[in-house]
Ligand binder design. Sequence first.
Ligand SMILES: Cc1ncc(COP(=O)(O)O)c(C=O)c1O
Length: 354
Amino acid sequence: MQTTLEIDIRKTENSRIGQVDFDNLPFGRIFSDHMLISDYGNESWKNPHIMPYQDLHLSPANSAIHYGQSIFEGMKAFKSADGRVLLFRPYENFQRFNRSAERMCMPQVSEELFIEGLRTLINLDRDWVPPQEGEALYVRPFMFAMDDYIGIKPSDTYKFMIFTCPVGAYYADPVRVKIETHFTRAVKGGVGFAKAAGNYAASLYPSKMAREQGFHQLIWTDGQEHKFVEESGTMNVIFVINGALRTAPTSETILKGVTRDSVLTIARDWGMEVNESPLEVAELVESLRAGKVSEAFGAGTAATVAPISAIGHEDEVFDLGYSKESALSTKLMTELEAIKRGQIEDRFGWNMVI
Ligand SMILES: Cc1ncc(COP(=O)(O)O)c(C=O)c1O
């Protein structure tokens, strides 16, 4: 992409990189040296600049705090063995970001600002991209309202920002999930397809209840009748039923996951049957009882693929007898990670080289 965007860069004079233990990276607590900011006002984005990572000053009347106009994205960059930095499918995140913005009555961000912003920031902090197997640079673009006004209306001013965090290997143990048939994440006509901050706040209490019952996560069902399987907390959910991949189609109540699409694309490329159609809880439970479900796993940027070892529904718990070595999810995860790290050919053209 030809760009005329000028991003003013003020570099830190005190890099913190020497203080980071790259062999022990927690998720989401260590922030790279710089961040990008652009301000919106008078109907345009202005003054894109990069500065040392630091706190923000906000009015107590900031309308994002009170009324929740706040959206975000999440993606990862990897270091290949030959030292290239590869950002995975950023255009998907760009498009999803603008879909979220439209639904939340927030301004669109140009491709130039989003993509060149990512490219410039990640390039500046490229030494923060961990080279170790399993580790990555997590990239967080976000936008929030900036009006200091106590009254419900779309804000006239916003900030678009990006920061990055080196994150450790996500050695997820297989998770126990509960099919949620009381609480609701999203409804038709609502904001489930958007990465809106409030969606995650609303999921905390039901998740806490599930943890108290011995589960790690939820599988959400539709808000109308709790009849159809939708997705998990921060992942889409995929089942292997009778040897074929089965997952709900994305919709206005299900986030269009980049990992979900990548996994399904690889499976199709391998000649596997992939069935994207509404999955009734009753059908899933019947298939579980009949031993037709050989695997279930979540698909999302943080874990890539998170195997599910048990599924709870009302008073029953179905154990899936997960075995890492033979699991299809392990094979899919290995292939996807190898593409992201430039270890095998990027045959779908997913990586952006920084
Ligand atoms: C609600 C929800 N579903 C699914 C996903 C998976 O999406 P992706 O694979 O793009 O990370 C996420 C994470 O972004 C999420 O928050």
